[in-house]
Design a protein around this ligand. Structure first.
Ligand code: SF4
Length: 501
């Protein structure tokens, strides 16, 4: 794609796109060198990157943050979260240690640095977005800190004025007291070698649980307890920076390249838009034909299941329902001919003539068979993601499109779920809580996991699908594909089906 660096624009654009103009007065205008794997994101990046990198790096980070947030919604423990996130991080935001001597060290750290700041811009506009961003960024930082073999070097380089290292002389003088707190280091038989001292008021919970040694108003904190102090500092700085960023946002008002990207990113925080991230393909071995849709409907998410039931019940769907459903069917692999056959059969109460006059054109348009040049060239429209369904065109009376987790009342939703085979009261209660917390796609994933529980276990146990392939679903077509594959694990020809990353 065309490389558009920030400084190669017409004058009006150049002014707003030059990252240096948005820096605080004390920003370091030099290329970052990234001596450590971890980053406190103290200085905004100032080098040029392309618009494509700007967008893709942010999307990749968003994928990681959304998956982390999903782990917390599912109440996963720290260890479970770490195990779940490992392949996701490796795929979207890998960070190698210095000792790995990876040739991609700089590239990885630069992406991490930039993507953090881009999302800062995208998520600083409202208090709700700031709170959520700071929460998930803190989770990411903690996860990385906990597993960082080179943490000591990073921590030593931090410019944190409220804690200072304990000198060797102090350590030997207080060895007995310090040992009483930590015991011997099992490996070396010595006192733990890394201690900090801080004003005791900074760590009341450590004082209360007697995990620190106290002297003259100072708490002596052993290395194992330092992570929470560092994480606290990370969060508090980030929260302040986010407020400052929100105040600087009006400066971006005229930037007609960055603003749409930032706007899209912040919308994706409701639920990530996977049409951006992965395509959907026909699962191998699936018969995708008009006559088989009733059978395939068992793999549909609630939104499409409801559309299918409504079509079968009323022999009709209104405009947005037809659009949402026909795009989904196109996405699962139903070709134009089969689609026309399906819709003709579905609208059973009207004549061929009426169907040809009123509906045929629209189906062909969806496939890019008619319409303007650009529609034909692009092959028609793409299937809607959850994000689009959740946020655009809320259904009115008599309309069946939308997302049932968002647009149904709880009674209707429970009835639909029952029809899909969800009778477990705990699951329905969980769906209700997700819905009340406006975590609609989490409710959908909860139902998916319930309906495919034994298959997911088997896919994991037998390594048929990796954790990354079982990431949170954010697209109805992904729901279908994954459901189909999971339910067909035992068929010999599908046994070795691997989903693409
Ligand atoms: Fe459909 Fe997405 Fe809603 Fe699930 S969350 S019902 S896939 S729109």
């Amino acid at each position: 794609m065309l490389k558009q660096d920030f400084n190669r624009q017409e004058p009006k654009r150049r002014n707003v796109a030059d990252a240096r103009k948005h820096q605080p007065a004390d920003a370091a205008f030099k290329d970052s060198t990234y001596p450590h794997r971890l980053n406190f994101y103290t200085h905004a990046p100032t080098a040029d990157i392309t618009l494509e990198q700007f967008e893709q790096w942010a999307i990749d980070r968003l994928r990681v943050l959304s998956e982390l947030e999903a782990c917390s919604f599912r109440n996963k423990s720290l260890a479970e979260t770490a195990a779940h996130m490992k392949p996701v991080l490796e795929k979207y935001l890998p960070l190698s240690s210095n000792s790995s001597a990876s040739p991609k060290l700089f590239e990885q750290r630069q992406k991490d640095h930039y993507s953090h700041f881009i999302l800062r811009l995208a998520f600083s506009s409202t208090e709700d977005l700031r709170r959520r961003f700071s929460r998930v960024e803190t989770m990411l930082f903690r996860l990385r800190l906990d597993t960082d073999a080179e943490r000591a070097g990073f921590v030593a380089g931090l410019d944190i004025d409220w804690f200072e290292p304990v000198s060797e002389a102090e350590k030997s003088e207080m060895a007995a007291d310090l040992l009483a707190i930590t015991g011997f280091d099992k490996r070396t038989g010595a006192v733990e070698d890394s201690w900090f001292k801080v004003d005791w008021m900074r760590v009341p919970e450590l004082v209360e649980s007697r995990k620190v040694f106290l002297r003259a108003g100072k708490a002596f904190v052993p290395s194992r307890e330092q992570a929470s102090m560092i994480v606290t500092e990370f969060t508090s700085r980030l929260e302040k920076q986010l407020v400052l960023t929100s105040q600087a946002l009006p400066d971006l008002d005229e930037d007609d390249r960055l603003l749409p990207i930032l706007d899209h990113l912040s919308k994706n925080f409701v639920t990530p838009d996977s049409s951006y991230m992965s395509g959907s393909t026909v699962p191998e071995g699936a018969e995708i034909s008009a006559r088989n849709i009733d059978n395939l409907a068992q793999h549909f998410p609630a939104c499409m299941s409801h559309l299918h039931r409504s079509l079968r019940r009323d022999s009709h769907l209104k405009h947005y329902g037809r659009l949402q459903y026909s795009l989904f069917l196109k996405g699962i692999g139903l070709n134009l001919e089969e689609s026309l056959a399906f819709w003709r059969g579905g609208f059973a109460k009207i004549t061929d003539d009426q169907f040809n006059k009123e509906y045929r054109y629209n189906v062909r348009h969806v496939y890019g068979d008619v319409g303007g040049d650009s529609n034909r060239r692009s092959g028609g429209y793409s299937p809607y993601s959850c994000q689009k369904i959740l946020t655009e065109h809320a259904p009115g009376p008599g309309e069946a499109h939308g997302c049932p987790y968002r647009h149904f009342d709880m009674d209707n939703l429970s009835t639909l779920l029952q029809g899909m085979g969800v009778t477990d009261r705990a699951v329905v209660q969980g769906v209700k809580e997700d819905r009340d917390g406006r975590r609609y796609h989490m409710a959908c994933n909860r139902v998916f996991e319930h309906l495919h529980k034994p298959e997911i276990k088997r896919a994991k146990d037998e390594s048929i699908m990796t954790a990354a392939q079982l990431e949170t679903i954010v697209h109805p077509n992904e729901y279908f594909k994954r459901s189909y594959l999971l339910k067909n694990l035992s068929k010999p020809r599908d046994a070795d089906v691997k989903m693409e990353d």
